[in-house]
Design a protein around this ligand. Structure first.
Ligand code: SF4
Ligand code: F3S
Ligand code: ZN
Length: 103
């Protein structure tokens, strides 16, 4: 599961689609955590897709990640600013790859 304290235990190493990327990143095998308010651990996401389908405000967009050992696409929190903290994605992701900081 994603580390809920990723923002203390990792460092921002990059920016993507207007959100932070928390390292370590060693492409293509290690991709880190994307986003801060809505955070997805790309190294855990296995492209299940229920978050992309069910988020009521379409926070997530697919990004291609060829060569990653877990899956070759990831749910990117491209529109994290639109999140309404419903926590649905956190509840439904089968591999617990998502953390939403609702506090
Ligand atoms: Fe979307 Fe709700 Fe998840 Fe926010 S908490 S990203 S609104 S499903
Ligand atoms: Fe990935 Fe979980 Fe969404 S596996 S695609 S973050 S439901
Ligand atoms: Zn991203």
């Amino acid at each position: 599961a994603i580390d809920p304290n990723f923002d203390q235990n990792r460092e921002v190493v990059d920016e993507h689609q207007g959100h932070d990327v928390w390292g370590p990143v060693e492409e293509p095998e290690k991709l880190g955590v994307h986003g801060t308010h809505v955070a997805v651990d790309f190294d855990i996401c296995d492209a299940d897709g229920v978050c992309v389908e069910d988020c009521p405000v379409d926070v997530f967009e697919w990004v291609e990640t060829p060569g990653h050992p877990t899956s070759e696409k990831k749910a990117d929190p491209a529109n994290e600013a639109q999140c309404i903290d419903c926590m649905l994605c956190v509840d439904v992701c089968p591999v617990d790859a998502i953390d939403v900081d609702s506090t």
